[in-house]
Design a protein around this ligand. Structure first.
Ligand code: ADP
Length: 448
């Protein structure tokens, strides 16, 4: 259970709120303590006023004059004290209760009402204070503090506040942690489910990508990975069926002719043997293309770079193609500035050029034009292959560099994959742009 992310999140939020509440509790304790100290200090001051008043009454009347002391005792009660006054022999002279009894019923009622409204319970025990006059002991006052009502009110209110905040904060913490942890874990669970579904073969499965946070980016990356897996998988299926198809046609033709020869329907003469030979040549081409691809994929390791003049290199290849282009009624032109030196593997680069020219030738229409351009900018050498042939459908364009991806009249679908592998092995990149029905442009960029 504790392995679940949302439970951990819940516990974490819980711990944070607990820490916050403990801090609030501690703060409240400190405040109450300070408040009590302040009140006690004030009480002490008041006790001294009461003792001073009693001492001066004693001095005024040269002894304990009962009526005047009653006033002092009542005054002490109003200040929040229950008092008992003893003389030097330990005889009780007056206490708060008997002082109040001496008052008229109306005054007594008023005094009691005021005292009750201001004070709460007593603090428990009586504290003795010795009374002096001119250095001589004249009696003893025992005082019991009656806790001011405002103190208990303050404490009660702070306790209630603490309890409310405990319940409210705890509730909010639980609610927030449930909402947030669900919001956090729901998309992760969605991704897990999708990953399991993809693992089980449902390659079309995708997840929602709402939000630009880490989870949103994870979902986006997951979808891109799933998309690429789906493409790879469909290409793998295509590979199997394409290779089988490409091999089956020449093999069937060879087999048919050989059977005819064995049965004596077809003469085993030079003409028929040449046709067999041509079919075997087709078989070889398919196998060569697959081999070329695997070599191209490993070419980063086997690159043999030389510095050479690019224009002469391109002219050489283009001239080899001129005849086949002319046979199709297509004009091929090279536009290239002299003195363009590149550092590349000439064999691999010629394969790049040949594949791109072959595609242009396939796409070109009679009366069309193919142009090969090369130039250098600051840090790159650029080669461009332009044709005004069939062009590429927009829906095909993003995939033409994938293995075995081919248009309706394509060959094996490996030529451009080989081009991309070889160009990238040189640290370069290749891009394609096309307008369907108008022509295409392939750009090869090689770093210096
Ligand atoms: P192949 O040419 O063997 O089919 P490629 O990988 O060389 O394989 O090309 C993939 C596909 O891209 C081709 O089948 C074709 O549909 C399209 N293509 C490539 N180059 C061109 C071009 N110059 N004009 C039009 N379509 C092109």
């Amino acid at each position: 259970m504790f392995k679940s992310l949302w439970v951990r999140f819940l516990l974490l939020l819980f711990a944070v709120s607990l820490i916050a509440l403990s801090a609030a509790f501690l703060l409240r304790e400190l405040m109450v303590r300070d408040f009590r100290e302040y009140l006690e200090g004030e009480m002490e001051d008041r006790v001294y006023w009461v003792t001073a008043s009693l001492e001066s009454t004693y001095e005024k009347f040269s002894g304990w004059e009962r009526q005047s002391i009653v006033e002092d005792a009542v005054w002490a009660l109003m200040m929040g004290f229950d008092v008992k006054l003893y003389d030097t022999n330990g005889m009780l002279i007056i206490d708060t209760k008997s002082a109040i009894e001496t008052l008229s019923p109306l005054v007594k009622k008023r005094v009691m009402a005021i005292s009750e409204s201001r004070t709460g319970r007593g603090s428990g025990k009586y504290v003795p204070y010795i009374l002096f006059l001119g250095g001589k002991e004249i009696g003893q006052l025992k005082v019991k503090f009656l806790r001011p009502k405002k103190e208990s009110l303050f404490i009660e209110r702070s306790n209630r506040l603490l309890l409310i905040s405990l319940v409210a904060l705890g509730g909010i913490a639980i609610l927030l942690s449930i909402v947030f942890s669900r919001r956090l874990t729901n998309p992760i669970e969605g991704i897990t489910e999708a990953a399991v579904a993809i693992g089980d073969g449902d390659l079309g499965r995708r997840v929602g990508t709402a939000g630009h946070d880490e989870i949103g980016r994870l979902a986006g990356a997951f979808n891109r990975m799933a998309q690429s897996l789906q493409i790879q998988e469909s290409l793998r299926k295509k590979l199997t069926s394409n290779v089988a198809h490409e091999l089956r046609t020449p093999i069937s033709a060879i087999r048919g002719e050989l059977e005819g020869m064995i049965d004596g329907f077809i003469p085993a003469d030079k003409e028929h043997l040449q046709s067999l030979y041509a079919e075997i040549g087709r078989l070889r081409n398919v196998l060569d293309a697959i081999e070329e691809l695997s070599q191209a994929e490993a070419s980063t390791l086997t690159l043999r770079r030389h510095e050479f003049e690019l224009c002469a290199f391109l002219r050489n290849i283009v001239e080899r193609f001129t005849k086949v282009f002319r046979d199709k009624g297509v004009v091929v032109k090279l536009e290239c500035g002299v003195g363009l030196v590149v550092s590349a593997d000439p064999d691999k680069l010629s394969q790049v050029v040949i594949n791109l020219l072959s595609n242009a030738l396939k796409a070109a229409k009679a009366g069309g034009n193919v142009r090969v351009k090369a130039w250098k900018n600051d840090s790159e050498t650029v080669m461009e292959f332009l044709d005004d042939g069939t062009g590429i459908r927009p829906e095909d364009l993003p995939y033409i560099f994938e293995r075995f991806y081919r248009g309706s009249e394509g060959g094996l679908g490996l030529g451009l994959t080989i081009v991309r592998e070889l160009v990238e092995a040189h640290g370069g990149r290749v891009t394609a742009a096309s307008e369907y029905g108008k022509g295409s442009a392939f750009t090869v960029i090689l770093p210096q």
